[in-house]
Design a protein around this ligand. Structure first.
Ligand code: CO8
Length: 260
């Protein structure tokens, strides 16, 4: 119904924790949910006090995909004209670090959303998959592209063409997730908040540049990527955080970054 909070936003110091909140539908990603999620990211982008984001579906499931009931009667003309799913991209334009925490299902659009996170943690309850083929469609938000960059063609083809689900251990082994965290619910969310808090304590300019440079690796030819990396690196010498970070090292004390 209108006015439902489909995304819960909670501040934990410099970290914004966003929790998808449609538990009865296993957090199926409806258009209203995505609008709210984009809205939260847009606010976080311009809020200087937010230094990192944790994205999770909570203790049960991350997201079982785009909302199939909402999609089932769509026509080509409708989805093409409205650029259906085009706005999902907005999250990838967010310049601060995003740490994902996955319990339970991360399927279809849910797996694609998880892959948009910069660092992805999962618990042993996590199940990933791109089951679109079983619905008569193909992935539409990165499941053929980001997934292939992450795990390679052989494995991406296997998942995309068979729609089979993989468990946490396999996801970790093939490099779909950054870390498999012990526990079956809250632990992975707590760990994500810990990781995000750690990153939030580093210099914000360097963090943003590091994210930009790593992301460029899947867009640019090597020579261009290396050039971008070097230019960003040179730029760090214009920041207060570089002076502070290196002075603190020389003086054997902890750096106090000002994100300037
Ligand atoms: N959409 C809508 N509702 C969903 C979805 C979904 N993706 N997933 C689960 N639900 C609903 C169920 O309908 C059910 O609702 P109700 O209680 O009203 O019947 C409720 O959530 C609980 O689900 P189940 O009873 O099915 O729970 P089970 O534990 O039996 O099964 C599964 C869990 C295996 C996860 C099962 O729910 C399932 O297979 N879900 C669908 C998974 C899927 O196919 N995801 C991919 C969707 S397509 C997609 O994401 C494409 C994105 C890009 C689109 C590109 C278009 C251009």
């Amino acid at each position: 119904t209108q006015g439902d909070k489909l995304v819960l936003a909670e501040r934990q110091g410099p970290v914004l924790v966003l929790t998808l909140n449609r538990p009865k539908a296993l957090n199926a990603l409806s258009s209203p949910l995505f609008e709210q999620l984009n809205g939260e990211f847009a606010k976080a982008q311009v809020d200087d006090d937010v230094r990192a984001v944790v994205l999770t579906g909570g203790e049960k499931n991350f997201a079982a995909g785009a909302d199939i009931k909402e999609m089932k009667d769509k026509t080509f003309a409708e989805s093409y004209k409205a650029d259906f799913l085009g706005s999902w991209q907005k999250i990838t334009e967010f310049t601060k670090p995003v740490v994902g925490a996955v319990n339970g299902y991360a399927l279809g659009g849910g797996c694609e959303l998880a892959m948009m996170c910069d660092i992805l943690l999962c618990s042993s309850t996590a199940t990933f998959g791109q089951p679109e083929i079983t619905l008569g469609i193909l992935p539409g938000a990165g499941g053929t592209q980001r997934l292939t960059h992450l795990i390679g063609k052989a494995r991406a083809m296997d998942l995309v063409l068979t729609g089979r689900f993989i468990k946490a251990e396999e996801a970790e082994k093939i490099g779909l997730v950054s870390r498999l965290v012990p526990g079956t619910g809250k632990e992975v969310v707590d760990e994500a908040i810990k990781v995000a808090t750690q990153i939030a304590g580093f210099g914000g300019v360097a963090v943003q540049a590091a994210k930009e440079a790593v992301n460029a690796a899947s867009e640019l030819p090597l020579a261009e990527g290396l050039r971008l990396e070097r230019r960003l690196f040179h730029g760090m010498f214009a920041t207060k955080d570089q002076k502070e970070g290196m002075a603190a090292f020389a003086e054997k004390r902890k750096a106090e970054f000002s994100h300037l």
